[in-house]
Ligand binder design. Sequence first.
Ligand code: XMP
Ligand code: MG
Length: 181
Amino acid sequence: MANLDGNIEKVLVTKEELEAINARLGAQITKDFEGKNLLVVGILKGSIYFLADLTRYIDLPLKLDFLAVSSYGGGTRSSGAVKIIKDIDIDLAGYDVLLVEDILDSGRTLEYVSKMLSARGANSISIVTLLDKPERRVVDIHPDYVGCDVPDEFVVGYGLDYDQEYRNIPYIGSLKREIYE
Ligand code: XMP
Ligand code: MG
């Protein structure tokens, strides 16, 4: 089926709900980071739609940078190994870093990245994740801001992919099992 919607089992977070999440988190972040030296660091590629929409609700001066790490490859389960594929360009000294992630699953990616960045002299490291699968956590990591929890299903859309596709769906949905099994 050529139509992307045809491969979606269920819509989990609608376009309107995503908008409300971004407005709520943006207002909270604006309050919390007032007077700070904000550097927003997006984890590529999954966070790009979320980062673009969220930062439009942050009413503060800020800078953007991006980091790419290896994660799932073509599958639907984390390998556990984290590798930096593209590092940030900005020297972190003196910045209050806000890491932006699409989904927090085992927590290994964010644990690795936040430790690596805090070792570089940032003032502070905070974490915002659009989605959280709390029951899947294997490391002790607590995001500062969460859009919403999702069940332990493979989800796509709004930046999240299956084998690099489906990122451009404007909502979050679960993928039909027959697509990835
Ligand atoms: P960890 O386990 O390190 O994983 O917290 C975080 C990364 O895994 C990817 N991930 C998913 N990607 N649908 C996706 O498209 C999912 O349901 C999903 N669960 C985890 C994601 O890239 C995240 O950065
Ligand atoms: Mg990701």
